[in-house]
Write a new protein. Structure first.
Length: 225
């Protein structure tokens, strides 16, 4: 069977989690979100979580040595053998090289790097209004753009909605700077290898979804030829 080994990247708040939740269902792919994995470690109070939290709260990247092994092991897991949707990794060239090496040692390769583009002023509005379900982090809302039916309550499971600690104005600015200096160079990196696919993330969630889904369906067809 053809594999879909996909990464989803773009600035914080571009809509990666929102789209990943939909694509996961469309293509039956495990959604591997480094942010969600790290936040789960923080709430469990593990040593890794305690180490990571300092960086996350400051809006900085968690050091590569904390994250790279965790993700390269994860893509080799059974449920990711036929493909995966990586969200939030890689975030710099060192991580991108580590992912390529890990896949190559498994005789696999990346199918595409899906970039969701959104300008900075829109990002600030999105992150400041983001609310996330305490029970399931893939249930994502926005106070204006995608409000829940009842304020502060998840439509899907009735749990409370919270604002993430790092979705505060000062931290958002730092995260954007980190994105531009460390993650944005990956656009050139994946463009050179022909893997880059760009999407206009300023459209509504349904429209962005339709565009990405059509591209991924084509990629799947090409992989199976
Ligand atoms: P965003 O909404 O910015 O896309 P994420 O949930 O992906 O947020 O990430 C939240 C935080 O977790 C980041 O600001 C960073 O501190 C840490 N993090 C997530 N993925 C990585 C990674 N691949 N490398 C380093 N740090 C990461
Ligand atoms: P990321 O995972 O890239 O950080 P999220 O998927 O968590 O981004 O989305 C960030 C915020 O923007 C959330 O509040 C979400 O409801 C909202 N959002 C996502 N996609 C769109 C869109 N296309 N238009 C408007 N708001 C959106």
């Amino acid at each position: 069977m053809s594999e879909l080994n996909l990464i989803l990247f773009g600035p914080p708040g571009a809509g990666k989690g929102t789209q990943a939740d939909r694509l996961r269902e469309d293509f039956q792919l495990p959604h591997i979100s480094t942010g969600d994995i790290l936040r789960a470690q923080v709430s469990e109070g593990t040593a890794l979580g305690t180490e990571a939290k300092r960086f996350m709260d400051a809006g900085k990247l968690v050091p590569d040595e904390v994250i790279v092994g965790m993700i390269t092991d994860r893509v080799a897991d059974g449920d990711a053998r036929d493909g995966f949707l990586l969200d939030g990794f890689p975030r710099n060239e060192h991580q991108a090289d580590a992912l390529a090496e890990a896949l190559s040692s498994l005789e696999r390769h990346l199918t595409a790097a899906l970039l969701i583009e959104v300008p900075d002023d829109e990002i600030v509005r999105r992150l400041a209004g983001r609310r996330v379900c305490v029970k399931n982090p893939s249930h994502i809302y926005h106070v204006d753009f995608d409000p829940p039916k009842h304020e502060g309550v998840c439509d899907q499971d009735g749990s409370r909605l919270l604002q993430r600690d790092d979705d505060r104005e000062e931290t958002i600015r730092t995260r954007l700077e980190v994105y531009h200096s460390q993650t944005e160079p990956l656009i050139g990196y994946y463009d050179e290898s022909g893997l880059l696919r760009r999407f206009d993330g300023t459209r509504g969630p349904d429209e962005v979804h339709a565009h990405i889904r059509a591209t991924v369906a084509t990629l799947r067809l090409e992989e199976s030829l």
